[in-house]
Design a protein around this ligand. Structure first.
Ligand SMILES: CC(C)(COP(=O)(O)OP(=O)(O)OC[C@H]1O[C@@H](n2cnc3c(N)ncnc32)[C@H](O)[C@@H]1OP(=O)(O)O)[C@@H](O)C(=O)NCCC(=O)NCCS
Length: 469
């Protein structure tokens, strides 16, 4: 993919249609089925599959860490889209999977650029629970639109290994990495001036114990904080949209895409948008939905978070919208689990996979990103109208079209094997010197894996080549 925004070596205009030009996802080749986990954990049938809306959960052994999954997905993006490493001027990672308090994952990824001689690449990494990927994306987008932009592309990598201590949160884990190429004349074009953000100091989910991979989590509080942040971001987004994207309403969007800690929470979020939309626009409306919500017209949002009767009504009223505008985006979260920073972008990828090239043309997307602690944003995008065979959108759909087959070819392992893998990670987390013992035969071609950690904590990696398979 050649850089073509430097006529005569100079930039003559403000870059237009900035957004995502290319995307790739990596997920481990092993998963545990949530029905197996329900039995193994002795909970009632349906608790994880229906109650949380999760079908399968990806996980990895001690052979993979945050560096390796970022190396895998970034190399894959560069190779599959024939991107020259020299054409990258900005690379930023969003992750909350921390294995070094100082050295960023970005510096490890510089190994992929060394051979090309390109070491002039800005960006490090961003951490705030599941929000870091969005912060990295905003920084890349801002760099492209700034006076520092030199015409090259940016790459954003959002990746995490989401593991919880045994207990109710464990089935909401997962693992995945997304890499996105950001630049002008994109396939998914971001709307300017309408990003809305809500940040606050809350202890709903955090990782204060640096010797453990596990978070300290208050599940019910994190659910409430997620919905509160959704309320705030929604209100502010539409205030800005009224100013800068006149005529935009919730109905303007063809897809509404959320960060997905577990799919049931996303269903509750779209239900909440029905209430927020009603409260924002009730005066001019008269239809069945609005009639049924009439008695809530003076309700205070802070009084609604634990109102089960209202939640039930909203879930019923929002069902058609959920099925049409959100459910298609949940394919990957349902089968991989929470990918923390990568989750929202895995949802976006699922949505792209759910439509044909022609039907994607000009579609409008609303996106909501949430990271505990807390940081949240709502923003919007539209799909390009260029669906010609050589367009960025056509190429992107071609690359991601192998995802369903990759999901099908994964290895289903027992809940016991899953638990043993997590116990091994728990016991050996941050050990040095350390020789990983996990099998490598389940890793697919192109996957980077950890070969050793020296007594100085130096990590070395190898890549599975096609000859090894
Ligand atoms: C999400 C989380 C709080 C759920 O914990 P839990 O103790 O299993 O919660 P519950 O017992 O309330 O069960 C969850 C749901 O399953 C339902 N359920 C339980 N058993 C069920 C069964 N056999 N069949 C169908 N549904 C069932 C419950 O009714 C509940 O539904 P509701 O959300 O509509 O009330 C926990 O997994 C967690 O802490 N996850 C990590 C934090 C997180 O993801 N936060 C999200 C925001 S970032």
């Amino acid at each position: 993919m050649p850089v073509n925004h430097m006529p005569n070596g100079s930039l003559s205009h403000w870059p237009s249609n900035v957004g995502i030009l290319a995307v790739d996802i990596y997920f481990p080749n092993m998963f545990v089925d949530q029905t197996d986990l329900e039995k193994f954990n002795g909970v009632s049938d349906g608790k994880y599959t229906i109650g949380l809306g999760q079908n399968q959960m990806a996980f990895c052994t001690d052979r993979e860490d945050i560096n390796s999954i970022c190396l895998t997905v970034t190399k894959s993006l560069l190779d599959k889209y024939s991107i020259s490493p020299k054409d990258i001027g900005f690379l930023m990672i969003g992750t909350e999977t921390i294995i070094d308090k100082s050295k960023s994952v970005k510096t490890v990824l510089m190994d992929l650029f060394a051979e090309s001689g390109n070491q002039d690449i800005e960006g490090i990494h961003a951490t705030n629970a599941c929000y870091g990927g969005t912060d990295a994306l905003f920084r890349a987008w801002d760099w492209i639109e700034s006076s520092s932009w030199d015409g090259r592309y940016a790459i954003v990598v959002a990746a995490d290994i989401a593991v919880y201590a045994s207990g109710p949160a464990r089935p909401t884990g997962g693992c995945g990495a997304i890499a996105m190429l950001i630049g002008p004349d994109a396939a998914v074009v971001f709307d300017r001036k309408v990003r809305s953000t809500y940040m606050a100091h809350v202890y709903d989910f955090y990782k204060p114990d640096l010797s453990s991979e596990y978070p300290t989590v208050d599940g019910p509080l994190s659910n409430m904080c997620y919905l509160q942040a959704l309320d705030k971001c929604f209100q502010l987004y539409f205030e800005k949209a009224n100013k800068y994207l006149q005529g935009t309403t919730l109905d303007s969007f063809d897809a509404i895409i959320f960060h997905a800690p577990y799919c049931k929470l996303v269903q509750k979020s779209i239900a909440r948008l029905v209430l927020l939309n009603y409260l924002q626009s009730s005066e001019n409306q008269c239809n069945d939905t609005y009639n049924q919500l009439e008695r809530y017209k003076n309700i205070k949002l802070e009084d609604t978070y634990s109102d089960r009767e209202l939640e039930k009504l909203l879930l019923t009223l929002s069902k058609p919208t959920f099925q049409k505008k959100t459910d298609p985006s949940l394919m990957l979260p349902r089968t991989i689990g929470n990918m923390y920073t990568a989750s929202l972008y895995a949802c976006l990828t699922s949505f792209l996979l759910s439509e044909s090239l022609d039907s994607l043309k000009n579609k409008k997307l609303l996106l909501f990103s949430y990271g505990s602690g807390l940081a949240a944003s709502m923003f919007s995008a539209r799909i390009s109208s260029d669906t010609s065979p050589n367009s960025a959108l056509a190429k992107m759909l071609k690359v991601v079209s192998d995802i369903p087959d990759r999901l099908k070819s994964r290895h289903r392992v027992s809940a016991k094997v899953f638990e043993e893998a997590l116990n091994l990670r728990e016991k050996t987390h941050n050990s040095a010197p350390y020789q990983p013992i996990g099998q490598t035969d389940n890793l697919s071609t192109g996957t980077f894996f950890l070969t050793s950690v020296s007594d100085k904590y130096h990590r070395t990696y190898k890549r599975i080549s096609s000859e090894e398979k």
